[in-house]
Design a protein around this ligand. Structure first.
Ligand code: F6R
Length: 243
């Protein structure tokens, strides 16, 4: 693992954006794996700025998001569809039909999960996967469990994840209890992975993911087995690594 420690969130965001940009510049039809949540917001802002400066062109890029809440309408302002559109897609020249997010629909769940993995494979797999990390070590919505789940699947969100995500909702009761997530196999098949973390609340998860045992109880620990992972941390998120 290549671990980069920077001073703050802004530096982390700039570094992540520059890695994504270089991937797209070198391969204009790159397949990006994207995350939502607070962590990548600064990276998306930097990428939008770079696009507006004319430094990067997304017209041939494809994107696959890691996850989506289950049973939520795409237009709901809490959906990850809405998040991606508001924070990234509508500001750049990516083609809408080239952006993929797991289906939030209740019907045909098995079919929709299979289709998601098939379509990633059909496009040659993910060139670069951006990941955040949950305080419990989750990546995507692959929650701590007794085994790793490979494929795109329905997840029952853990109470700590529901509580952590409640900050985006008016009350904890409104947070969906289930989500569709890309599985560990699809994440691990990405050619390159960039894991981002900022703040003290992520320090323990980062320590366990980077230095702990490889276990499904800390889903991010599987990344130790990937040949090309860059971890970008601010000082707080990295604070336990020197111990
Ligand atoms: C989001 C995702 C999650 C988040 C994680 C951290 O698409 O896959 O794994 O990356 O929950 O969320 P934040 O960045 O809000 O702390």
């Amino acid at each position: 693992m290549n671990i980069i420690i920077v001073d703050n969130y802004e530096e982390m965001s700039k570094k992540a954006a520059s890695i994504i940009m270089s991937c797209v510049v070198l391969k204009p039809n790159s397949v990006l794996g994207l995350a939502t949540g607070s962590t990548p917001l600064g990276m998306y802002k930097e990428l939008v700025k770079a696009y507006k400066r004319g430094d990067v062109d997304f017209s041939n890029v494809l994107s696959f998001n890691l996850d989506e809440y289950y049973g939520i309408n795409k237009d709901n302002s809490q959906s990850y569809n809405y998040y991606m559109n508001e924070n990234f897609f509508k500001h750049i020249n990516i083609k809408k039909e080239n952006t993929f997010i797991p289906s939030s629909k209740i019907e045909d769940l098995d079919q929709a999960c299979k289709y998601y993995d098939q379509i990633i494979n059909k496009h040659g797999g993910i060139d670069i996967q951006v990941l955040g990390i949950g305080q419990n070590g989750h990546i995507g919505f692959n929650e701590p469990d007794s085994k790793f789940v490979g494929e795109t699947h329905l997840v029952n969100l853990k109470e700590d994840t529901i509580n952590a995500n409640a900050r985006f909702f008016s009350s904890v009761d409104e947070v969906p209890k289930k989500a569709i997530s890309m599985g560990i196999k699809s994440i691990m098949k990405a050619k390159k992975i960039v894991l981002l973390a900022s703040g003290e609340s992520k320090a323990h998860a980062i320590y366990s993911a980077v230095k702990g045992d490889i276990t499904p109880e800390v889903p991010a620990s599987i990344l130790q087995l990937h040949p090309d992972v860059t971890v970008i941390l601010d000082r707080e998120a990295a604070m336990m690594l020197s111990k």
